[in-house]
Design a protein. Structure first.
Lengths: 172, 431
């Protein structure tokens, strides 16, 4: 864990330092906008260094942070090894941006009963939440919600659809 | 085996409203009773407001227990008892005959008269004459069906009842519209109780049939609401952090069992509706959800994966040790007790990747699969216990279907344009 975290944290600090001038220029542009109120409120609601690793393709964390969906096996809430780096990247980002909040949206495939799937979706969201908090993210930064099988990505009645629907979405 | 492929697409003078259901009978029961329902007499030149005989015919056919005679095969069309030519009916072996009259008595007021006659002995088995406003004519026809059903099968009819269900429509731009509806048990008179762009699920009738509890995601999380059917007034009864779902009424209507995960894990709670205070019933680290009250209110059954897979458990309604009820299959969920309390229906998977409706006899623990569909959900008993309505997958979405509690009668309730799911059969409307 430390092996990943330490270099990422260093990178983030560097990135955060580089980005303040960009934010300033955004603000400056906002003041000349025809609707300055709308623009300035949008900027003010975000931490000044917050969105860059999420939005700046030159940021080393950018690619991992673009991965916003964790997929699960049938009836499982265990996070597979392949998502470790993605979750660590989000944990690093959130730890470094304590004002940023994230919603973890849990989902299930259509098989079985709707209410059980609602509970299963929550269990998946909480599995991701638990990993994030273990990696140092404050619980107050995380909101979990389960939609069960109510919001499928794919409508088909087969494994190729079901596999896409068993997921947790990381939503900033 | 004799199959009854009666493709009865219900036609009526009443236009089929949006979200209305058409009932298609796939398979009836062997040895169904022949019956002839004569078109009712009508005292006006105008078109009758409701085709009483057709409504009754469709009810009886839909039950799978009757084979109504085709209208074109009727040897005579009597409307009065003394017009019946008993010999003709006996020759056809048609033992049961229904005759009646619809009489307009004023503006929007009517009188309905019917008789159920045994042609073999020439006796009237049942009958009534009652006034009915235009809005009650279809209900009156369903009551007649109920009386006929009870007289000839010994089981109380459940035609004069209603169902609740959820429809989902694609609205384009990735938007959906969810509707909560109630309709007559034959799919007529659909009324939208609530529309939302966020998911609606788990409708549950209050025991008096006047209120419906359900789960709505309108606040971007699950919350439990209770809505008065007549006035539309609604109250949010549970909107905690985490899951608020699976409402189930106590038989006396004073409490709701529900699933809450406000303390970090889904458990069963009981809410007193007068005070909105809750008490926790299960304290397990596993998923506990989908509670339902036993008919006498003494026990609560629910789904839990505490043993590793989803299975049905039962505990006292005041808490304590839970007992596992299901042992067949790798998945059993969403239990509902039969109205006589002797059996249970649920969604079951038997290690074959299919999810079908099962029937569990509680005294013996004997369990059987009732359906041959797949991805079945939300089974719900008719209040007389004869049929189980459920939702099942189609190529394009889902539709409602029904199966008799003995698995012999199968129906589909198709809806035009959209997905229909989560049926809940309401209580008897009359005591």
């Amino acid at each position: 864990m430390n092996k990943y975290l330490v270099p990422l944290l260093v990178l983030l600090v560097v990135v955060a330092g580089c980005t303040s001038s960009k934010t300033k220029s955004d603000k400056a542009a906002g003041t000349t906008d025809a609707q300055p109120g709308a623009v300035s409120s949008g900027v003010a609601s975000q931490p000044s260094t917050g969105m860059d690793a999420l939005t700046d393709p030159s940021n080393p964390l950018y690619n991992l942070l673009q991965e916003r969906v964790i997929y699960f096996e049938y009836n499982e809430s265990e996070i597979q090894e392949q998502y470790r780096a993605v979750i660590e990247a989000h944990a690093t980002y959130l730890s470094q941006n304590p004002q940023t909040t994230v919603t973890l949206e849990g989902h299930a495939d259509e098989r079985g009963s709707r209410e059980y799937n609602l509970a299963l979706g929550e269990r998946r969201a909480m599995a991701v939440e638990q990993q994030l908090t273990v990696l140092g993210v404050a619980a107050s930064q995380i909101r979990t919600v389960s939609y069960g099988e109510e919001r499928p990505i794919s409508a088909g009645h087969d494994e190729s659809s079901w596999g896409l629907n068993r997921r947790v979405e990381i939503i900033y | 085996m004799k199959r009854l492929l009666l493709l009865l697409l219900l036609m009526s003078h009443i236009a089929i409203a949006e979200d209305a259901l058409n009932i298609i009978i796939d398979e009836g029961v062997e040895g169904a009773l022949p019956i002839a329902v004569i078109p009712f007499g009508w005292n006006q030149d105008t078109l009758e407001p409701v085709d009483m005989a057709l409504t009754i015919t469709n009810d009886l056919a839909r039950s799978g227990r009757f084979v109504p005679m085709k209208e074109r095969d009727l040897p005579q069309r009597p409307n009065q008892f003394d017009q019946i030519n008993f010999k003709d009916w006996r020759l056809l072996g048609m033992e049961n005959l229904v005759i009646g009259n619809l009489v307009q008595t004023g503006v929007g007021t009517y009188e309905v008269e019917f008789r159920l006659v045994n042609t073999f002995n020439g006796r009237q088995l049942a009958g009534f004459r009652i006034p009915a406003p235009i809005t009650q004519l279809r209900r009156t026809a369903h009551r007649i069906s109920d009386i006929i059903f009870e007289k000839l099968t010994g089981v109380r009819g459940a035609f004069d009842t209603r169902i609740a269900y959820i429809t989902v429509k694609e609205m384009g731009q990735n938007k959906k519209q969810y509707n909560l509806l109630i309709a007559d048990a034959d799919g007529f008179n659909p009324q939208v109780l609530l529309s939302s762009q966020e998911p609606l699920l788990s409708p549950a009738w209050s025991p008096d049939g006047k209120r419906i509890a359900y789960v709505s995601f309108e606040s971007r999380n699950s919350a439990i609401w209770v809505q008065d059917i007549l006035t539309g007034a609604r109250t949010r009864v549970a909107g905690n952090k985490g899951i608020n779902s699976a409402p189930a009424w106590s038989p006396d209507g004073t409490r709701l069992a529900m699933t809450l995960s406000k303390d970090g894990n889904p458990d069963i709670y009981i809410m007193h509706l007068a005070t909105h205070t809750t008490q926790q019933l299960t304290f397990n680290r596993a998923i506990d959800t989908e509670p339902v009250w036993a008919v006498d209110g003494s026990k609560i059954a629910f789904t839990s994966d505490r043993g590793g897979s989803a299975q049905i458990y039962e505990s006292s309604a005041i808490g304590g040790e839970a007992r596992r009820l299901t042992f067949e299959g790798n998945y059993n969920a969403r239990p509902r007790y039969s109205p006589d309390g002797k059996a249970m229906t649920m969604v079951s998977s038997r290690n074959d990747g299919r999810y079908r409706i099962a029937y569990l006899e509680l005294s013996s623990g004997y369990s059987s699969i009732l359906t041959n569909t797949n991805l079945d959900e939300s089974p719900s008993f008719a209040p007389n216990g004869s049929m189980i309505i459920y939702a099942t997958a189609t190529r394009t979405g889902s539709e409602l279907a029904a199966v008799s509690a003995d698995g012999t009668v199968h129906q589909r309730l198709a809806m035009q344009g959209g997905e229909v799911r989560e049926p809940a059969w309401g209580p008897f409307l009359s005591p």
